[in-house]
Design a protein around this ligand. Structure first.
Ligand code: COA
Length: 131
């Protein structure tokens, strides 16, 4: 799993227990999955269709640095299934895992559209192929 994004837990990210608010983590996960899918599928119109069980295993506190990891589970026809883990950057303690997040590639009409992708691609390779 590659951990792409780091976040700094700030006062506005806390719940009434003064620990990291679960809703904030889910928003970070959703955005990370959207960005990852848009880059992989080369289409800005990608939406979240489904999230499997969300397992909060530990928490974080103000000032902690967390990181978000994404892994591709499956390339479908119009879908991309991702697996996500959020962990503490310093001690690698897992904060939350979501095993299956289904993102769907849409056409201009807002309906599912085949993305014709079958494997992970890297932007640097795409750019090198163009030059
Ligand atoms: C995304 C949306 C266009 C999909 O429409 P749909 O009628 O379910 O489309 P389909 O049944 O053709 O499914 C599309 C793909 O998603 C997959 N899929 C749909 N529901 C799924 C589920 N519950 N679990 C796993 N995969 C699912 C299908 O297997 C299909 O994958 P494939 O093309 O790779 O084989 C529609 O549900 C929608 O607009 N939902 C709202 C999305 C949104 O706005 N999200 C932001 C949060 S509000």
């Amino acid at each position: 799993m590659r951990f792409h994004t780091r976040k700094w837990v700030k006062p506005e990210d806390l719940n009434a227990n003064n620990t990291l608010f679960g809703g904030r983590v889910l928003a970070w996960i959703d955005e990370e999955c959207a960005l990852y899918s848009i880059i992989q599928l080369e289409n800005k119109k990608v939406v979240t269709k489904y999230m499997s069980e969300i397992n909060f295993m530990s928490t974080a506190e103000k000032g902690d640095i967390i990181e978000i990891g994404i892994e591709v589970v499956k390339f479908g026809k119009s879908s991309l299934t991702l697996n996500c883990e959020v962990r503490n950057k310093m001690n690698h303690e897992t904060i939350v895992t979501v095993d299956n997040i289904i993102m769907v590639n849409l056409g201009e009409d807002g309906k599912p559209l085949s993305h014709n992708k079958t494997k992970i691609e890297y932007v640097k390779d795409r750019l090198a192929a163009q030059s």
